[in-house]
Design a protein. Structure first.
Length: 185
């Protein structure tokens, strides 16, 4: 079995297991945590209320890290050109439940997973005690993309890796920049 065939089979298994009506509504709500604007509307007030110095130091680098990896993800979608699961399923006489429709762009890698994991990793580095919460929410976003028929598991995993790596680099860059002595004027 090829990696692509395994990804297709894993998608069919997970998608079927996660297709109950209540599960779909739950994942429809959760999937919005993979949208950059929604995350910004949640995170900025939270950081402003909880930790103002971190907001000043880390908000812009976090946004840049997530936006940059978002651009990488969108370029990869164009280059790879992998069809969405519903398109693939129709070509193979299979049915995929897409109760809320599916995006018209390509599937690989998942932008929602990239955004959710990029944000979760950056926030986990900033607030380590909340790491289980951040990563659980990111994992739920990834599962939501499979449940809603928008992505194959491989799309989600690669999107998660791109977002995580970019945020780790962004966070390390901020730490390195802060540890360098300022030049004397």
């Amino acid at each position: 079995m090829t990696l692509l065939a395994f990804d297709h089979q894993l998608f069919l298994t997970l998608h079927e297991a996660l297709s109950h009506r209540l599960v779909l509504w739950f994942f429809f709500a959760i999937t919005w945590l993979g949208h950059g604007l929604v995350l910004a509307l949640l995170i900025v007030p939270l950081m402003a209320w909880r930790d103002r110095p971190s907001l000043r130091t880390h908000l812009l680098p976090m946004i840049i890290a997530v936006a940059t990896t978002g651009a990488v993800t969108n370029i990869a979608k164009i280059i790879v050109g992998r069809e969405r699961p519903a398109v693939w399923a129709a070509q193979h006489a299979l049915q995929v439940h897409t109760p809320f429709g599916y995006p018209s762009d390509k599937s690989f890698p998942s932008g929602h997973a990239q955004t959710a994991f990029g944000t979760a990793v950056y926030l986990s580095l900033l607030y380590p005690k909340a790491t289980p919460l951040f990563l659980t929410l990111a994992c739920l976003v990834g599962l939501s993309r499979i449940s809603l028929g928008a992505h194959f598991p491989g799309d989600v995993v690669v999107g998660a890796l791109i977002g995580s790596f970019g945020s780790w680099i962004g966070y390390r860059w901020v730490l390195r920049k802060r540890s360098k002595p300022s030049p004397i004027s």
